[in-house]
Design a protein around this ligand. Structure first.
Ligand code: 8X3
Length: 257
């Protein structure tokens, strides 16, 4: 069997790379020697990040992409012969309403971005990951993909969908040279996650982290993703859960108020 190509010659695609965990992961994978391809809807952001990464002596390119647009995803995929790593990070939460009053449009949008977006990109790039002889699919789910909490059902349902996608794909492609790694973070404080969830309401977004000593950062999660991806290729980190020390479960958070 041919030896696996070195990390330096390999391409890592990161979706949702315009901010937060996606941007941090792109920076760290680039520093680890991957040629990173940044995708997101916000072209200006990923272009600026690609410039920053290239200026630091690493290798990055930006490609504007909406992961829910299957035709665009297929066109994107057609540009590559092989891909070493795919990090499915694009997604997010909309609303924190109880089941009784949650907006079906929010539920649908979350399913579309988190689950169908991941499905679209994974389906389109899977042949390229196989062709690399040593591919890795990372699915960034959440602790919301493993257990529920009040007010979270729409997001929790979507993240459970991603979790099932990861578990099922791993079963279905066993024997092929592709790992399926699921990373499930708990409370991560980023610039946009909570703000987007609450429709730009800064007060509500701030309350999410109120009194929590040290929520995880985007860099903490990127570090974990990079660690998992850079294990020897026979080592598959199936599922890795990470939370801040102050969070014992989805509903048990220590706050110093
Ligand atoms: C983010 C974790 O607790 O907001 O994926 O659902 S939580």
């Amino acid at each position: 069997m041919a030896p696996a190509p070195s990390a330096a010659s390999r391409i890592a695609v990161v979706t949702g790379a315009s901010s937060g965990i996606g941007a941090a992961t792109a920076r760290q994978l680039a520093a680890a020697g991957y040629r990173v391809v940044l995708t997101a809807r916000r072209k200006d952001r990923i272009e600026a990040l690609a410039e920053e990464i290239n200026a630091a002596g690493h290798s990055a390119a930006a490609y504007q992409l909406d992961v829910t647009d299957r035709a665009a995803v297929d066109e994107f995929a057609s540009a590559f012969k092989t891909i070493g790593v795919l990090v499915n990070n694009a997604g997010g939460a909309l609303g924190a309403d109880p089941v009784a009053t949650g907006d079906p449009a929010d539920w649908r949008a979350m399913y579309e971005t988190n689950v169908i977006g991941t499905l679209n990109v994974t389906q389109a790039l899977l042949p390229k990951l196989v062709a690399s002889g040593d591919g890795t699919v990372v699915i960034l789910s959440s602790t919301a993909g493993l257990g529920t909490y009040e007010g979270g059902a729409g997001y929790v349902a979507a993240k459970h969908g991603e979790h099932v996608l990861a578990e099922t794909l791993r079963l279905e492609i066993v024997g092929q040279p592709v790992r399926v790694i699921e990373i499930a973070p708990g409370m991560v404080k980023t610039d946009e996650f909570a703000l987007t969830r609450f429709g730009g309401d800064q007060e509500k977004a701030t309350k999410v982290y109120e009194g929590v000593a040290e929520p995880l950062t985007a860099d903490d999660v990127a570090d974990t993703i990079t660690w998992a991806v850079t294990r020897p290729h026979h080592v598959n980190v199936d599922l890795l859960v990470l939370r801040p020390r102050a969070q014992a479960s989805n509903t048990k958070v220590h706050r110093e108020l």
